[in-house]
Ligand binder design. Sequence first.
Ligand SMILES: Cc1ncc(C[n+]2csc(CCOP(=O)(O)OP(=O)(O)O)c2C)c(N)n1
Ligand SMILES: CC(=O)[C@@H](O)[C@H](O)COP(=O)(O)O
Ligand SMILES: [Mg+2]
Length: 618
Amino acid sequence: MNKYIAGLNLPHDLKTMEYDELEVLTYEIRDFLIEKVSKTGGHLSSNLGAVELSIALHRIFDAPEDKIIWDVGHQTYVHKILTGRAEKFDSLRQLGGMSGFPKNAESPYDIFDTGHSSSSISLALGMAAARDLSGDDYNVISVIGDGAMTGGLAFEALNNVGNLDSKLIVVLNDNGMSISHNTGGFPKYLGKLRASRKYISMKESVKKSVSKVPVIGKGVIAGIHHAKDTIKYAVIDGVIFEELGFKYFGPIDGHNIKEMCETMELAKESNDPVFIHVITKKGKGYTKAEEKPNIFHGIGPFDMESGKPIKNSDKPSYSGIFARKLTDLASKDSRIVAVSAAMMEGTGLDSFHDTFPGRAFDVGIAEGHAVTFAAGLAKAGLKPFVAIYSTFMQRAYDQIIEDVCLQNLPVVLCIDRAGIVGADGETHHGIFDLSYLKHMPNMVIMAPKDGSELELMMEFASSYDGPCAIRYPRGTALQSKKKRNIILGKAERLKEGKNVEIWALGSMVEKALEASEILKENGIIAGVVNASFVCPIDKDMLLESSGKVSLIVTVEDNVIPGGMGEEINNILINTGVKVVNIGWPDKFIEHGTCEELYIKYKMDSSSIAERIKREFEG
Ligand SMILES: Cc1ncc(C[n+]2csc(CCOP(=O)(O)OP(=O)(O)O)c2C)c(N)n1
Ligand SMILES: CC(=O)[C@@H](O)[C@H](O)COP(=O)(O)O
Ligand SMILES: [Mg+2]
């Protein structure tokens, strides 16, 4: 490990180091980040952009007594280095290793286990209100990116800060990027503020010279603050934040530690909410990441010299198949449009946008809005496909019920990253969507067993006149030659069984087939059914099976509570057949590779076979 990082007592030494020493530290930290993340993979460009900001925060504030809350939390690698965890980076995002997000269980400096965007101002406001009630005096700081600021939750909190008459600090880390380019009117406003940076001396000189004018000068400055918007907008930056009750400081250089420290010192002295706007460069210090901050936002292990990923699968991903199929469908049906919530690349919709720029809508990190926006599109006669990761779709729960299902609108929810996702851990596993969708009246839920079936289900969805959801996992997709007709509520029996039948969903079908082969070696002939639909489930086939076998086993990449197994239990409850449910337990699943987690939670094919053997023989 580099000289400085290893030799320092962090974060305490930051408070006494000279600025030029801190400058050296920034180089060491960047070298460290690039080297470590090139081996483990992770979120690189956001962290490279947050080096000086993290140093300034830990120099000026006294964490963990002062509460620093990181929005999303993917940019906390520097914070973790500065809070004594540098030696844990070889285990980053690995089973049993350090998380890629803040984890309070990992360190008291990680105030809140964030992972979903736009929550930090609400969290900070809650903690500040509690602080005031208990008569404490610590500082509470939200660190939020310009992408996260496009999330409605952030604006709900900004509005509510208007009721706070004590101190709170919001630091906006504005690098002009979300995962890819930021979108909407707010980033445009921030862009004007960033551009205004070059005029800041003009404004400062205006304020300084006017205030020197005897007698009237101060009054004129005071007057400016209450002047017509035109003057106010001209002279005062960040007026939107000032109007919401903040003192706005900025925009300042988010790579100038001294400037940030002086500003944070000022903010510390204020008894009112302060909004500090820092300008940073995403990917700073690694040319490849500066040039392509989106590619290096979240990246697997890569070659530091070339920047190229170490392992590249040539098999298509589910997201890639989804996007290609949607483009094909849209070429035949002009009603088809696509909606994303700031995840155009992750969902593959960037390629759809290349073909149909006018029919791809990126609404920012605003999943609830995305769904209701899609309801509006559908109400006006279009056929929206809304592509949102399972875990982020949780943000749109009410909008799906009220604005899609209740209205019975033809909106297709394309639930990407459904099931366990691996390295991102608890905040990102998509293991709840069956549970939060299944009880919604009018909602059809499908899950393809492979890439070919995803295409077939999308075809079905494109002509289905009501709400439907297709859930598919992260990563590469199996391909099958066999085509089948997707019929509403109809499952597909893949293998006949003697006394046992496995009902598997989506990506778990492959594991069920493997388990069936293992059981055959033990003399147990287990049938396998590709459930295909969870709502409506194939009740006829289920009841038929219950008359033939003594044991039905359900297997799904969802938590058991509220999952497909529960649906099947309810249908078979009076048939006398034994039903066993295999799925994720009712808990938050940690990070690790998917393979490791399937094995640890006995959801790999041999564990499934073992469980069935025990149940069958037991
Ligand atoms: C609710 C939610 N939606 C989407 C995401 C995926 N996501 C993670 S980081 C990110 C972009 C964040 O941009 P910004 O806040 O500007 O941070 P930066 O990476 O630029 O530092 C997105 C969309 C998320 N974490 N949470
Ligand atoms: C921090 C965040 O929420 C995203 O960057 C997420 O990690 C992307 O996940 P994928 O890598 O599955 O696209
Ligand atoms: Mg950003």
